[in-house]
Write a protein that binds this ligand. Structure first.
Ligand SMILES: [Zn+2]
Length: 164
C-alpha cells in the first residue's frame, strides 16, 4: 500500500521543491533554503526542514503542505523533522531567490556578515526604485522576519527581509 520505493529521493525532492513559502509565495521552500533533505526508508520517508526564524508560525503550515502534497502522490507515512542546527541563515537564499523577493516588493536580506542593526538601517535599497534614501519605520513588519521601511525617493513603504 505505502510504496515510497515507487519514487526516488530526487523525485520526492523536486515535488517538495514546488511548495511555496507560506509567507512569501513567490519563493519555494527550496529557494528559501528551508527544505534540506529527503530520507527514504523502507515504508516511510522523512523530510528534513530547517525553520527560518525561530517561532515562525509558517513552519506548521509548511509541515502540513509537505504531508498534503505527498499524500496526493500516495505517500502516507511521512515524518517531517525540524533540524535546528546548523541554524538557518538568509545566506542560504540564492541570488535568484533574492531577486524574486525584490521584484515581489520586499527588499532582500543583505549578507549576514552585515547583520547588525546599524548596517541594515543604513543601506537598504528601495525594491521599487532602487534608491538608498530609505528610512526604517519599524523593526517589525507584518511578521518578525521583516522590518518596515519607507522610501524617501518614491515615497513607497516597503518591507525588508531581515538578515539572520
Ligand atoms: Zn523607492
Amino acid at each position: 500500500m505505502i510504496e515510497t520505493q515507487k519514487h526516488t529521493k530526487d523525485e520526492l525532492f523536486s515535488i517538495l521543491a514546488n511548495i511555496p513559502d507560506p509567507e512569501i509565495p513567490v519563493l519555494s521552500i527550496k529557494e528559501m533554503g528551508i527544505l534540506k533533505d529527503v530520507i527514504l526508508q523502507d515504508n516511510s520517508c522523512e523530510i528534513i526542514i530547517t525553520p527560518t526564524y525561530s517561532g515562525c508560525p509558517a513552519m506548521g503550515i509548511i509541515e502540513e503542505d509537505i504531508k498534503k502534497i505527498l499524500f496526493e502522490y500516495g505517500i502516507l507515512n511521512v515524518k517531517v523533522k525540524l533540524v535546528l542546527s546548523p541554524a538557518w541563515t538568509t545566506d542560504w537564499m540564492t541570488d535568484e531567490a533574492k531577486e524574486k523577493l525584490r521584484v515581489y516588493g520586499i527588499a532582500p536580506p543583505l549578507h549576514s556578515s552585515c547583520s547588525n542593526f546599524f548596517a541594515e538601517k543604513q543601506s537598504i535599497s528601495c525594491p521599487k526604485c532602487g534608491s538608498q534614501n530609505t528610512l526604517m519605520v519599524s523593526h517589525f513588519g507584518s511578521t518578525a522576519c521583516k522590518a518596515m521601511y519607507k522610501c524617501n525617493n518614491c515615497e513607497e513603504p516597503f518591507e525588508y527581509f531581515k538578515c539572520h
